[in-house]
Design a binder for this molecule. Structure first.
Ligand code: PLP
Length: 404
């Protein structure tokens, strides 16, 4: 008789965002005229850039002509996009990455979950705590996380990110094989310096570990001198895979385009991880649509870059406004400087879900409970700067008043 993958039954309760959505829905049913401000889920609100729309419209026209019609896209992406990515996102920043090390995909979420396919199940996985839940749940589904007990998985190594280490994890005390890092971080908004990342690269090279570096939010880095890519760090090409996305950078959350970088120098047990990922993608993935890849390529045009800058500034002005209001109210926060996320430390004694409920009921603001990202997130809330300026500032005022 057929058997299911029993690892799924080990997964705890509801996925964080489903629970947030359920509570929000219940509130709206009880208060049908309420106007909620959503500072919870990290979705963008600005439309696609005009340069992207124009490129996609042109691509639609091409698809309607027999002479320029295209069928299946190359599984690893069209050369026109891979070349632009290599030149603009890496070579321009001094990182020696070439087009054939770039794999265009439909999302960083699926890539950072699917990357596990090329690694053995008995690798020890390290994750930050708090953490973007996909790294944990995808490893739990494949059987790499062990058993879920008291809020933690028995085989995962958790790297606490707390106020004491300014939300930058310390190197693990025990041997680990795969290490997920995310900077700028979701959920804390913390960003790592080159010196901090160098420690991780040196550690991974010395231990024979692989870093799985999620840079989905690199476009939000405003502080000059901070690395945008792990490959700006000496030695990273022999130990790191990087995930990038057009989702937050260019408003592609509903359009879907991302990419993963697997350098040719990354060789484990004599096997090229680049070749393994290539094989995996060719077998399990059929490419991103031509129209979408043309849209993504337009992000790198002069007009696209200017529109990107305007959009990121729009969100980061929100972040600055939210930060100011919360700080003036005496609240302690991290993030919102090089990241669209603001991580709020709750006043003593208030748990994340208690604060979530309080702010929903009293301020009509939806946030994300920090404890949903891991036990070190208890006592924190995550807010995003992806809203409208007026409502973001109003929400910050209401949060400040409710927590005072
Ligand atoms: N990585 C992080 C850290 C994220 O926060 C998100 C989305 O919220 C993703 C990846 C997913 O990106 P994509 O839309 O490309 O799947």
């Amino acid at each position: 008789m057929v058997q299911v993958n029993n690892n799924y039954s080990k997964l705890p309760g509801n996925y964080l965002f489903s629970e947030v959505a359920r509570k929000k829905q219940a509130y709206l049913e009880a208060h049908p005229t309420a106007q909620l401000i959503n500072m919870g889920i990290g979705d963008v609100t600005r439309p696609l850039f005009p340069a992207v729309i124009a490129a996609m419209q042109q691509a639609v026209d091409e698809m309607g002509q027999a002479s320029s019609f295209r069928g299946y896209a190359p599984e690893q992406g069209y050369d026109f996009l891979r070349q632009l990515i290599a030149e603009c996102d890496f070579q321009a920043r001094g990182a020696d990455i070439s087009a054939d090390e770039i794999f265009v995909s439909d999302g960083a979420k699926s890539d950072c979950a699917n990357i596990g396919d090329i690694f053995a199940l008995d690798n020890i996985v390290a994750v930050c705590d708090p953490v973007y839940p996909v790294y944990v749940d995808s490893n739990a589904m494949s059987g790499r996380a062990g058993e879920y007990q008291d809020g933690r998985w028995s085989k995962l190594v958790y790297l606490p990110c707390t106020k004491d280490n300014a939300f930058i994890p310390q190197l693990p005390q025990q041997p680990v094989d795969l290490i997920y890092l995310c900077f700028p971080n979701n959920p804390t908004g913390a960003t790592a310096t080159a010196a901090q990342l160098q420690q991780w690269v040196d550690y991974a090279n010395a231990q024979g570990a692989v870093l799985l570096f999620d840079a989905a939010y690199e476009a939000f880095i405003r502080t000059p001198g901070l690395p945008h890519s792990i490959y700006e760090i000496e030695g990273a090409k022999t130990c790191a895979i990087e995930f990038r996305s057009f989702s937050k950078t260019a408003g592609f959350t509903g359009t879907r385009c991302a990419y993963t970088v697997v350098p040719k120098d990354l060789v484990v047990q004599g096997q090229s991880l680049r070749d393994m990922w290539y094989r995996r993608q060719c077998t399990k993935f059929n490419g991103v649509s031509y129209i979408v890849q043309r849209g993504a390529a337009a992000v790198y045009s002069a007009a696209g870059q200017q529109q990107l800058e305007e959009t990121i500034s729009y969100y980061m002005n929100n972040a600055a406004g939210i930060r100011k209001i919360l700080q003036q109210a005496g609240l302690s926060i991290c993030g919102g400087v090089d990241s669209p996320y603001i991580w709020l430390a709750l006043p003593d004694g208030l748990s994340s879900w208690q604060a979530f409920d309080l702010l929903l009921q009293e301020a009509q603001v939806v946030t994300t409970p920090g404890s949903g990202f891991g036990s070190c997130g208890e006592g924190y809330l995550r807010m995003t700067a992806f809203g409208e300026p007026d409502s973001s500032l109003r929400a910050a005022e209401k949060i400040a008043a409710a927590l005072r």
